[in-house]
Design a protein around this ligand. Structure first.
Ligand SMILES: O=P(O)(O)OC[C@H]1O[C@H](O[C@H]2O[C@H](CO)[C@@H](O)[C@H](O)[C@H]2O)[C@H](O)[C@@H](O)[C@@H]1O
Length: 222
């Protein structure tokens, strides 16, 4: 690592759940330890650092509580620069997501329907991640899982612009647009003027969705 980094400007990308915080039973209690926060703070003092999460940007910022890092929520669909940003990053946080036809993607109807449809499945929990929705099944009995998945799929049938992905004991309902954590990494590198060959991007993540970012970075390294 030291050998590859020699003479290069390092930029650090971090996933949140399972990387900066341990995986815990309650998604609302996935707190980061003070030690981890101090470590990330120190890293960010030395290198541009961005946290890219499937959660809403507000939620991950609330957990991390650091002002010297960049945040991207909703699997990279919601990007915001810190208070002293590179100019081109200012005010770029989206308020809407557009589909391929240029139509606004509406999240509230599908969120409400998922909440209603899954309410009777014991242990199921719906999380609003702003530009995507998580349906957690960590506390759903094995014998109830199939019915939960069927319910989620039946809701999705009414919303052509969304698709289903899986994470750790979670179904993630995402808009079918060409944007993922990989695009978020590219976006950060470009807007921060860090997309040239003297930059070494380091990405630490352990979830399936982080693989989208790994693919981008592997391709860039050739
Ligand atoms: O991209 P990430 O930051 O890794 O977010 C992915 C999902 O993480 C959260 O769920 C996972 O962690 C929870 C807390 O440890 C755990 O209870 C759950 O079973 C895991 O799937 C988050 O709640 C999801 O919305 C994110 O999509």
């Amino acid at each position: 690592m030291m050998k590859v980094a020699k003479g290069k400007k390092i930029v650090v990308f971090l996933d949140y759940d399972g990387t900066l915080s341990p995986i815990v039973d309650d998604p609302n209690s996935a707190f980061m330890s003070d030690e981890m926060r101090a470590a990330v703070r120190e890293v960010a003092k030395c290198f541009p650092t961005a946290i890219i999460s499937g959660r809403s940007r507000e939620k991950v910022k609330e957990f991390v509580q650091l002002s010297n890092v960049y945040y991207a929520g909703s699997h990279g669909m919601d990007i915001m620069a810190p208070p002293r940003p590179v100019k081109s990053c200012e005010g770029n946080t989206p308020t809407v997501v557009m589909d391929k036809k240029g139509t606004e993607v509406l999240f509230q109807p599908i969120l409400t329907e998922l909440e209603e449809e899954t309410a009777k499945i014991k242990g199921a929990m719906v999380e609003d991640n702003r530009f995507c929705v998580s349906v957690h099944f960590r506390h759903v009995k094995d014998e109830d899982y199939q019915i939960l998945e069927e319910k989620v799929r039946s809701v999705l049938e009414n919303y052509a612009g969304f698709h289903l992905c899986w994470g750790k004991k979670v179904m993630e309902i995402r808009p079918t647009i060409e944007w993922d954590k990989g695009h978020a990494v590219e976006y950060f590198l470009e807007t921060l003027g860090l997309s040239n060959s003297d930059v070494l991007p380091v990405y630490i993540g352990e979830d399936r969705t982080d693989e989208d970012a790994f693919k981008v970075l592997i391709n860039q390294s050739h």
